[in-house]
Design a protein around this ligand. Structure first.
Ligand code: NAP
Length: 306
C-alpha cells in the first residue's frame, strides 16, 4: 500500500505527529518497534513540566497521547524497520525485519535516543546485576541500599531524587562541579538528607563480589587521586545517543549522530523529516518533542502539496 506518510517511532514526537497527520487527513501509519507507545516517557516516574499537568506519571501521559491519536483514527503497526531507501520516483521504501515493505511519499523519523554507556570496566559485566540505566525500572531492587548515580543532567537528578525515596543513601557522581540540570532539581537534591555530591569525579571501574556490584572506583579529575565508594547499584545517567542509524544512510547527521534538521524539522533529504530527541536541537523535553511532531506534519503537508 502507498502512504502519504509513515511515522517511525511512537514516543511523544511520533504520537503528536500522528494526531496532526490524522487532523490533516493524511493516509498514514505509525510503525512502532515494541508495539508500546511512549518511548522514554514510559520510564519516567513523574512528569512535572508538561504544561497543563502539574504532576502526571509518564505512563499516564504516554497512554493519554496514544488514546488521543487512536481516537482520531491513527493506525499503529508493530515492526522493527530494518531499511529505508529513497527511490528515483521520490518515494520511500521502508522494510521491516519480517520482510513487510511500506511505500510512502514522506517519512518522519521519531526514533528517539538510547542510553549512553560509560565504557568502563565492570559496566557490561554487571549490567542487570547492579548497573542500571533506568531508576524507575530498577530502583525497587535497591531499597534501603546505597547507590551511585552518574551524571549532572536532568536525568541524573531526577533519578537521584527518585532513588533517595527508596535507598538509604544516594551519591551523585559528576565530572564537573557545575551541573547541567535545571536549578530546581539541583536545589531539591541539595535539600535531600541522604544525597551526597561527589563532584569533579569520574568513574573508573565498577567492581563486584559474587556477581553483584559492591563498589565503584572514582578518580578526582583535579588531583588525579583515586578512591572507592561502597555501593550496591550504579545508575548511569550520562545522556543519550540517537537512534539514527537507519536514517544516516540517506541524510546527514552531526558528529554525535543526531539527524541534522531545519527549524521546520525537514532534513537534507526531501520528504524526510525528523522529530523529537533524534534530531539536532537545543532542548530535549517532552514538550519540544510534541512540538516537533506538529511542526514536521505541517511542513510535510506543504511538501506533499507541492
Ligand atoms: P544530558 O543533559 O546530556 O546530561 C548528561 C550528563 O552526563 C552531563 O552532566 C554530562 O556532563 C555527563 N556525562 C556525559 N558523558 C559522560 C561521561 N562519559 N562520563 C561522566 N559523565 C558524563 O543528558 P540527560 O540528563 O539524559 O538529558 C537529556 C535531555 O533530556 C536534556 O535535554 C534534558 O534536559 C532532557 N530531560 C528533561 C527532563 C525533564 O524535563 N523532566 C528529564 C530528563 C531529561 P557535563 O555536564 O560535564 O557535560
Amino acid at each position: 500500500m502507498n502512504y502519504d506518510l509513515v511515522i517511525i517511532g511512537s514516543g511523544p514526537a511520533g504520537l503528536a505527529a500522528a494526531i496532526y497527520a490524522a487532523r490533516a487527513e493524511l493516509n498514514f501509519v505509525v510503525i512502532e518497534k515494541t508495539g508500546v507507545s511512549g518511548g522514554q516517557v514510559l520510564l519516567t516516574y513523574e512528569v512535572n513540566n508538561y504544561p497543563g499537568f502539574k504532576n502526571i506519571s509518564g505512563y499516564d501521559l504516554a497512554t493519554a497521547l496514544r488514546d488521543h491519536a487512536e481516537s482520531l483514527g491513527s493506525t499503529f503497526l508493530t515492526g522493527e524497520v530494518s531499511s529505508l531507501t529513497r527511490e528515483r520516483d521520490k518515494t520511500f521504501h521502508i522494510t521491516c525485519e519480517d520482510g513487510t515493505e511500506y511505500v510512502s511519499r514522506s517519512v518522519i523519523a521519531c526514533t528517539g535516543a538510547g542510553h549512553r554507556k560509560l565504557g568502563i570496566p565492570g559496566e557490561e559485566e554487571f549490567a542487570g546485576a547492579g548497573v542500571s540505566y533506568c531508576a524507575t525500572c530498577d530502583g525497587a531492587f535497591f531499597k534501603n541500599k546505597t547507590v551511585a548515580v552518574i551524571g549532572g543532567g536532568d536525568t541524573a537528578f531526577e533519578d537521584a531524587l527518585y532513588l533517595s525515596r527508596l535507598c538509604e543513601k544516594v551519591y551523585i557522581v559528576h565530572r564537573r562541579s557545575l551541573f547541567r540540570a535545571t536549578g530546581s532539581l539541583v536545589s531539591l537534591a541539595r535539600r535531600a538528607q541522604n544525597i551526597e555530591f561527589l563532584t569533579d569525579m569520574v568513574p573508573k571501574e565498577i567492581c563486584g563480589t559474587d556477581g553483584l556490584v559492591s563498589s565503584l572506583t572514582l578518580k578526582n579529575v583535579r588531583t588525579g587521586a583515586e578512591s572507592s565508594i561502597d555501593v550496591s547499584g550504579v545508575f548511569v545517567a550520562i545522556g543519550m545517543t540517537p537512534n539514527s542509524e537507519l536514517f544516516s544512510q540517506i541524510t546527514e547527521c552531526n558528529k554525535e549522530g543526531f539527524i541534522i534538521t531545519s527549524s521546520d524539522c525537514s532534513t537534507q533529504m526531501p520528504g524526510l523529516y525528523a522529530a523529537g530527541d533524534v534530531r539536532t536541537k537545543d532542548l530535549r523535553q517532552i514538550v519540544t518533542a510534541v512540538a516537533d511532531g506538529a511542526v514536521a506534519v505541517s511542513s510535510l503537508v506543504k511538501y506533499l502539496s507541492d
